[in-house]
Ligand binder design. Structure first.
Ligand code: GDP
Ligand code: MG
Length: 405
């Protein structure tokens, strides 16, 4: 097995690789690359440039074509690049071939996301879930050259499940997986009991794509201090807070954001986190309206929700970041049809309100615009559910009880 050393400085410089295919046009590819760059930066890398290639489908041996791989190799050598990140999940075979050829650290979107998750995990529950996901990712890729990874302990992609990363023995990993699964079952039991003890309250979950402002809104509504920042997956653990609007108490949960191209069996590892979503009575689906790809993000979230068994729940669409919404005003003599860049916020609001039967609201969590209106919408919806669910339970009485304590 070949061995090579990558210096600390080099590991931080990264390049990105993505394909333009029949099912993924150029514009979409560049949008994905923007997101991948954001992910890489979140993980602590410096993205230097990106490579794209037009192919009918990914090459099963090296993902990109031979010539492209050579081009990437030359660039890596000239610019001292320490890491190459592919936007799509690589098979064990592709990973091995590319690593052998490029002699640098090779990551894909999934392993990059897992690395961020590993850094963000705070509780035992989150850590166990991430570790399980990492092993599941590793298992079909065991033939990979792990030796060079050991040399860069602490770098991106390295925060694997510790020393066992070197033990490429399938049996050990399988044992570990079943152990982790058992640990998660135990944690699950505790969590289920915790949830049962929460009493007669309607549960509302904030869901949405990553970085749309869920935690910011959570802090605003519940006056809690959930970590929010301009990074992907700032919050990995779910936070539950009791919120009272006009004497009506309910539970509000902040959840991990969704992202495209996250394999379902990985999502599965985060079961206990996602239970909060599954068991919620009402979902607030937060959308970043200032993001050019917000419509696709809505679709990704809806698809993920139905995959984890949280589809079909009552849902209010909350369009956030209206303060940052921009559009390109068309010249008066420009008679070409409007594209989505030329639509004003007003027009957009009207279209969505008509489409969703007014089941949506437009806010800015940062600038605190329309928050009172949002609270009213939430109040009405939660009250309606509360009265249906707990007909003999007067919530006003409950609250007075608590203030007396
Ligand atoms: P989460 O990943 O969905 O929890 O998103 P966060 O709450 O962590 O917010 C992500 C980023 O978006 C942070 O930098 C926030 O300050 C920013 N943000 C949140 N709400 C708004 C808003 O209404 N307008 C603008 N311009 N930025 C916002
Ligand atoms: Mg968050």
């Amino acid at each position: 097995m070949k061995e090579f050393v990558i210096s600390e400085a080099q590991t931080e410089k990264a390049i990105l690789v993505a394909l333009i295919t029949q099912t993924q046009d150029e514009r979409t590819t560049y949008e994905y690359l923007d997101e991948l760059a954001f992910l890489a930066e979140t993980a602590g890398a410096e993205v230097v440039c990106s490579f794209t290639q037009r192919l009918d489908a990914a090459n099963s041996v090296t993902f990109v074509g031979k010539g492209k791989l050579q081009e990437i190799k030359e660039y890596i050598t000239e610019n001292e690049i320490g890491m190459v990140i592919f936007d799509d999940e690589l098979s064990g075979k592709q990973l091995r071939n590319i690593e052998t050829e490029l002699q640098v650290l090779v990551l894909d979107r999934t392993s990059l996301i897992l690395d961020i998750f590993a850094k963000r995990a705070q509780t035992a529950n989150a850590k166990t879930q991430v570790e399980l996901a990492q092993f599941r990712y590793m298992l079909p890729r065991l033939t990979r050259l792990w030796t060079h990874l050991e040399r860069q302990r602490g770098g991106i992609g390295m925060r694997g499940p510790g020393e066992t990363q070197l033990e490429t023995d399938r049996r050990i990993i399988l044992n570990r997986i079943s152990l982790l699964k058992q640990q998660l079952i135990d944690i699950d039991k505790q969590k289920t009991t915790q949830r049962k003890n929460r009493g007669n309250m309607i549960r509302v979950a904030l869901v949405g794509y990553t970085n749309v402002g869920k935690s910011t809104l959570m802090n605003l509504i519940s006056k809690s201090e959930v970590f929010a920042e301009n990074k992907l997956f700032a919050t990995l653990d779910t936070t539950v807070r009791k919120v009272i609007i006009d004497n009506l108490p309910f539970l509000l949960t902040d959840t991990v954001g969704f992202i495209r191209k996250l394999p379902t069996d990985l999502v599965d590892s985060f079961k206990s986190t996602l239970d909060e979503v599954r068991e919620a009575d009402l979902l607030l689906h937060i959308v970043d309206i200032s993001h050019p790809g917000f419509e696709e993000q809505i679709k990704v979230v809806e698809k993920t929700l139905s995959e984890i068994g949280g589809g079909g729940k009552p849902c209010i669409l909350v369009f956030n970041k209206i303060d940052a919404y921009t559009y390109i005003q068309k010249a008066e003599d420009d008679l070409t049809p409007k594209t989505k860049e030329n639509i004003t916020l007003d027009e957009l609001m009207k279209t969505w309100m008509a489409k969703l039967n007014d089941n949506c609201i437009f806010i800015s969590a940062l600038e605190k615009q329309n928050i009172e209106e949002l609270k009213t919408v939430m109040y009405n919806k939660v009250k309606e559910m509360h009265v249906q669910r707990f007909p003999y339970n007067d919530f006003l009485y409950q609250v007075y009880d608590e203030t007396e304590e």
